[in-house]
Write a protein that binds this ligand. Structure first.
Ligand SMILES: Nc1ncnc2c1ncn2[C@@H]1O[C@H](COP(=O)(O)OP(=O)(O)OP(=O)(O)O)[C@@H](O)[C@H]1O
Length: 207
């Protein structure tokens, strides 16, 4: 059985049909790269996939079950990185990670410093996130892909504002996830040079 299947999905925003009759199936170990021009509906699709909004028609199924029927169970299976980072700018990196783990009911390691080191945030961990750079704030949000063990990763433009080293670090992490039979749905305006095959979904800008 496929892990994630999308059937006959349609999305309308302000009377404009972004897409309709959209369908695809993802198996363990697959990466789907959603592409298209600005405004085509990529973010809208990702938000549907993680249950943050509802389609006009169609269904999204996880292991054969409609995600609307298994909401909390489904949320435990996925990790989402969207345009809104979900980082509290008044809190430090460390407090943000602890708070996020609590919210997700994840038992974080008492010592988060190895992760902070991986993310290049050592020395900055006590500063309010609002005093960090855009790329550093995004690194805090990306920590969730090290903290939460779950099969489905959904990432919206994850490489934006990251330096080359951070892009490489994230790509390695994603590659390991795929090798571990995880699945990834992501948008990126850049081409992805992954060693494993990447599936592509092109959304057109429809008038
Ligand atoms: N909450 C909303 N209310 C009304 N219209 C919206 C809303 N969210 C998105 N839209 C519209 O839906 C269209 C698709 O937006 P979306 O963010 O999905 O595009 P995108 O393909 O991700 O674009 P980009 O490459 O710029 O990130 C846009 O025209 C946008 O104006």
């Amino acid at each position: 059985m496929s892990l994630l299947s999308v059937n006959n999905l349609s999305c309308i925003k302000r009377d404009r049909i972004l897409f309709d009759e959209l369908g695809f199936v993802l198996q363990p170990g697959e990466l789907l790269h959603v592409q298209g021009p600005n405004g085509a509906g990529k973010t809208s699709l990702l938000r549907l996939l993680v249950g943050l909004s509802q389609p006009q028609s169609g269904e999204i199924c996880w292991q054969g079950e409609d995600i609307r029927q298994i909401q909390s169970q489904y949320q435990r299976q996925l990790c989402y990185f969207g345009h809104k980072l979900g980082v509290n700018l008044a809190l430090s990196a460390l407090d943000n990670l602890h708070f996020w783990c609590q919210m997700q009911e994840i038992k974080a390691d008492a010592d988060l410093y190895p992760l902070l080191e991986t993310l290049g945030l050592v020395g900055l961990e006590e500063l309010p996130a609002g005093q960090l750079s855009a790329g550093q704030q995004r690194r805090i949000a990306l920590a969730r892909f090290w903290l939460k063990s779950c099969p489905l990763w959904v990432l919206d433009e994850p490489f934006t504002a990251l330096d080359r080293q951070a892009v490489q670090m994230l790509k390695s992490r994603m590659q390991a996830h795929l090798q571990g039979q995880g699945i990834i749905v992501m948008t990126s305006h850049q081409s992805l040079d992954f060693p494993t095959p990447v599936r592509e979904l092109h959304l057109e800008y429809r008038l």
